[in-house]
Design a protein around this ligand. Structure first.
Ligand SMILES: O=C(O)C(=O)C[C@H](O)[C@H](O)COP(=O)(O)O
Length: 216
């Protein structure tokens, strides 16, 4: 089991592309493609498609095949079966809200980078012992917010986080200014109501505001 340097570097390069990773939930491939184009046109090019709906893998594959200029990963990866299916559907990276031993074993062996989730110091240390230096911080707000993450800079200077869960345009800057935050994740840039309504211009506008945020 290993988080290899090559995959870690690949993940670092993906995360360096953007201050905000949209966390997306799709009920059909068509709206997934349209939403992804709107996000890309607004300047957000790294997308996380959650595996929370029956159509999620089909949606992910459609984005991979039909939308140029985006890097698409799978989110809500909870078990080894999700790892296999997401990779087969063309995911460029895998993200999980947590870091169970079984998932770490299969995720770290995947051919694409895997970013597990943590909410505590000990969880972050356990990953670091295995060679993982990037983790999703979830659920960011309830788990302690920017104050909590700031406290980890001194003891864990080599672990970097993508806070997700309760992040908004308003509070994203407080996370993005931290030394140990490379990007934030959030669903606010593609709200379900706008996707249902087909308001692609609205999503593009939200993406544009988010893309203008600065990571350190
Ligand atoms: O499904 C996953 O893998 C998760 O980790 C949960 C998501 O990241 C959050 O649901 C996004 O949080 P909000 O931006 O507050 O909506």
């Amino acid at each position: 089991m290993s988080f290899t340097l090559a995959k870690t570097e690949r993940l670092a390069a993906i995360l360096a592309q953007t201050p905000v990773i949209p966390v997306l939930t799709f009920d059909d491939a068509k709206s997934a493609v349209a939403t992804s184009k709107a996000l890309r046109d607004g300047g957000l090019t790294v997308l996380e498609v959650t595996l929370r709906t029956p159509q999620a893998l089909e949606a992910l594959q459609a984005i991979v095949n039909e939308v140029e200029g985006v890097t698409v990963g799978a989110g809500t990866v909870l078990e080894p079966e999700h790892v296999e299916k997401a990779v087969r559907s063309g995911a460029s990276f895998l993200i999980s809200p947590g870091s169970s031993p079984r998932l770490i074993a299969s995720g770290s062996e995947a051919p694409v980078p895997f970013m597990p989730g943590v909410a505590t110091v000990t969880e972050a240390m356990k990953l670091w012992e295995k060679g993982a230096t990037f983790a999703k911080f979830f659920p960011a707000g309830p788990a302690g917010g920017p104050e909590y993450l700031k406290s980890l800079v001194a003891p864990l200077p080599n672990v970097h986080f993508v806070p997700t869960g309760g992040v908004s345009l308003a509070n994203a800057p407080a996370y993005l200014k931290l030394k140990n935050v490379v990007a934030v994740g959030g669903s606010w840039v593609a709200p379900a109501e706008l996707i249902e309504r087909g308001d692609w211009a609205g999503i593009e506008a939200l993406a544009r505001e988010a893309a203008a945020l600065k990571a350190r």
